[in-house]
Design a protein around this ligand. Structure first.
Ligand code: CA
Ligand code: CA
Length: 294
């Protein structure tokens, strides 16, 4: 009996020993897990600190951006208002610069030196030259002599701009129904084939503005011989209802005339804001060119 109890006790002790071992094992395992959790916790705390720091930084950045945005918006408004004001200045300067070029053209491209034109009373200034439009009528020779007597000569037309200015001015001068006809400084006296300006230069083929006739849409010059067998040796600028430009005509016709002269030189800076007439626009009807009749 005693022996049997000892055996049972021994078995119990063995079992308890096994259980103790298992518990020890579990304890070690729990200690290990506990250690791991502590580490994780430390790490999470550190991450949390970092996130808090980042959040503070982002908030501060956000404030800064808001400030910058407001500043940019205010700069934009200011720039927009300055831009509008500059545009206004540009428009005004463009008008004034046109006047400057017309009355005081650049005479030296290198130094940009300008010379201002001063035209006599009743003469018009354009691009550094002075122009006189007569009200009387005379033949071509007498007209030329009149121009020479006032230190000029019949007009020599060199550019499309000059042609446009003359057309525009004669259009403004003529009555509603009246044709405008003006002698200019071009003749075909020497030979009909070669027109020559009053300064003896031949007509530049790139700068000629012969008219297209209103009645038959054909171009001048035609050296019309029906009225005079000598034909037509003198040239006039005509402003018609449809087309305007140069016509060859009989030199003995009595017509108005246009003189051109150099202005009195005055080297000065332009002062004030002189209001001037607008530059003539390029008007197609003023620029018809025809090959010369050979
Ligand atoms: Ca000229
Ligand atoms: Ca003719």
């Amino acid at each position: 009996m005693l022996q049997a109890n000892v055996t049972v006790l021994q078995q119990n002790v063995l079992q308890l020993q096994n259980e103790n071992s298992a518990l020890n094992e579990s304890y070690r395992e729990l200690q290990f897990q506990n250690e791991e959790l502590r580490n994780s916790n430390t790490e999470l705390q550190s991450n949390n600190e970092q996130l808090k720091k980042n959040n503070t930084e982002l908030q501060s950045n956000n404030e800064e951006l808001k400030k910058n945005n407001n500043e940019l918006y205010s700069n934009h408004s200011e720039l927009h208002s300055r831009y509008s004001s500059l545009r206004e200045n540009l428009t005004e300067l463009t008008v004034r610069f046109r006047a400057l070029d017309e009355y005081c053209p650049v005479i030296n491209q290198l130094t940009q030196k300008r010379k201002c034109a001063v035209c006599p009373e009743n003469w018009l200034g354009f691009s550094g030259k002075c122009y006189f439009f007569s009200n009387e009528t005379m033949n071509w020779n007498a007209s030329r002599n009149k121009c020479k007597s006032i230190n000029g000569d019949l007009v020599i037309i060199e550019t499309a701009e000059e042609q446009s200015f003359l057309i525009k001015t004669t259009k403004n001068k003529r009555g509603a129904e009246q044709q405008g006809k003006y002698w200019i400084g071009l003749t075909g006296h020497v030979t009909e084939k070669q027109f020559v300006w009053v300064d003896s230069r031949p007509l530049d083929v790139n700068s000629r503005f012969w008219a297209k006739r209103d009645q038959d849409d054909k171009f001048e010059p035609d050296n019309w011989t029906q009225n005079n067998l000598n034909g037509e040796d003198c040239v006039q600028l005509q402003v018609n209802k449809k087309y305007s430009g140069w016509y060859d005509a009989e030199c003995n016709e009595h017509q108005k005339w246009i003189c051109e002269a150099k202005p009195a030189g005055l080297q000065t800076e332009m002062k004030g804001n002189r209001k001037i007439q607008e530059q003539p626009t390029s008007d197609q009807e003023q620029n018809h060119r025809a090959p010369m009749k050979q």
